[in-house]
Design a protein around this ligand. Structure first.
Ligand code: BTN
Length: 241
């Protein structure tokens, strides 16, 4: 079921209500307190984009395999954008980029039960028709800015829902290697030399070699060829504006 609201604080907060079940979507035309990663807010022009939360109940998925859900969601977005002629890549962990610009942000919130996941709220902000962004945002883009036309948001939502749920069934069937190899080959900056920043501000040059099934990013340091693994928040991409 798709539950539609004109205005909400955050669709992720609304989606916590146990009324919503696996596969349901909570969508709002406007969020007054849209949440992003790392405690940031998520700004989205009213009625121009897609801001929604998808509810999943992946009770079959062990907690230490939860990164597979990020893979399902990110690949569902990349596949959908490809259907609109947009070649997107996954910026680890789960931003979607076109070139060096961000077109989708995701906030995935899991609750656990007995060693497995109980409920996942996958909050997705996809920039569809917005053409102007606050200049303080680092590097936003939208489908419309990329393709030079306006899009039917309902049609995109239907495709996205379908594509994500199909990949979720791939996960349920246990085809993990397929998801992992597709995620890896779709990664932003895979195999290219670029600068990265550590949490203490140190900058180094490195090459992304892949991602562990548990989600750690693997970067080969260009200084000495050593391979390092990073958890979320331990390393940041350095991207020119
Ligand atoms: C990020 O890139 O920082 C994550 C952004 C996530 C935004 C979406 S919009 C729908 C859902 N509701 C929220 O409050 N946040 C997510």
């Amino acid at each position: 079921m798709i539950y539609r609201f004109d205005i909400l604080g955050s669709t992720n907060d609304q989606a916590r209500n146990p009324l919503y079940k696996e596969g349901d979507i909570v969508i709002a035309e406007r969020q007054t307190a849209g949440r992003g990663q790392r405690g940031h807010t998520w700004e989205s022009a009213e009625g121009e984009n897609l801001t929604f939360s998808l509810i999943l109940e992946p009770k079959f998925l062990p907690v230490n395999e939860q990164f597979l859900l990020s893979e399902v969601l990110a690949l569902g977005l990349v596949d959908t954008l490809a259907e609109y002629g947009i070649e997107a890549r996954i910026k680890w962990t789960n931003d979607i980029y076109v070139g060096d610009k961000k077109i989708v942000g995701m906030l995935i919130e899991n609750s656990l039960g007995g060693g497995c996941l109980a409920r996942t709220i996958a909050g997705i902000g996809l920039n569809v028709n917005q053409a102007e962004f606050d200049p303080s945002l680092p590097n936003p883009t939208s489908m419309s800015l990329i393709r030079g036309e306006k899009f039917d948001r309902e049609a995109i939502l239907a495709r996205l829902h379908n594509n994500i749920m199909s990949l979720y069934e791939v996960l349920r069937r246990g085809e993990k290697e397929l998801l992992q190899s597709r995620y890896r080959s779709t990664m932003y900056r895979l195999g290219e030399k670029h600068p990265y920043a550590l949490a203490d501000g140190t900058i180094f040059e490195g090459i992304i070699r892949g991602v562990q099934p548990s989600g750690e990013l693997q970067i080969e340091h260009s200084s000495d060829g050593s391979l390092h693994e990073y958890l979320f928040k331990q390393v940041e991409f350095v991207i020119k504006k």
